[in-house]
Design a protein around this ligand. Structure first.
Ligand code: FAD
Length: 142
């Protein structure tokens, strides 16, 4: 089975509480386990970065559902491509607060975290989004 990875960013409709984030994750994890999708969701005061990995059709079906969700808007695909192996196979959907990243991890991360969120920053440099997500590869907050 060819594996596919899609990374997008979006803006939340309001500042999210942990219980609102958990409600998203409860449904996401149930659906993703059924659809053999893995990934990671990062949240930072008002925006999301998410990676979905799996069979291309399943990933696109899930992304198209997520696009319609009124809890966020301005979904912008940062990266989509075939991959040799999943990077987040431990998580049907991992979650972390982006603030927990070590800003000294790399100059790119430091620069990204020092500025207000600007989606075009990530679409221009998709490797930063991938780097942010992969920094949390082995970590799950709740
Ligand atoms: P439904 O029966 O349609 O909904 C299940 C429950 O989700 C509802 O009972 C309700 O509590 C809640 N819900 C759905 N829409 C809303 C809404 N607009 N406002 C408040 N509560 C709502 N889904 C996935 O399957 N996989 C993912 O990886 C995933 N990631 C997401 C990331 C983000 C940032 C967001 C905002 C949503 C994500 N979702 C994900 C949820 C997705 O958008 C759909 O809500 C969900 O897939 C619907 O699932 P369903 O058809 O099984 O359930």
């Amino acid at each position: 089975m060819a594996l596919f990875s899609l990374v997008y960013v979006s803006v939340s409709d309001k500042l999210m509480t942990d219980s609102e984030l958990k409600a998203i994750l409860d449904v996401a994890r149930t659906n993703n386990a059924r659809d053999q999708i893995t990934g990671m969701l990062l949240y930072r005061s008002g925006y999301f970065i998410q990676v979905l990995e799996g069979e291309e059709e399943a990933v696109m079906r899930t992304y198209n559902k997520i696009l319609l969700d009124s809890r966020h808007f301005n979904c912008l695909i940062v990266y989509k491509n075939q991959i040799a192996e999943p990077a987040f196979e431990r998580w049907s959907m991992g979650f972390n607060h982006l603030e927990q990243i070590d800003p000294s991890a790399s100059p790119e991360v430091k620069e990204f975290m020092a500025h207000p969120f600007e989606p075009s920053h990530l679409t221009a440099k998709p490797t930063i989004a991938v780097h942010l997500l992969e920094s949390f590869r082995d970590q799950n907050t709740f």
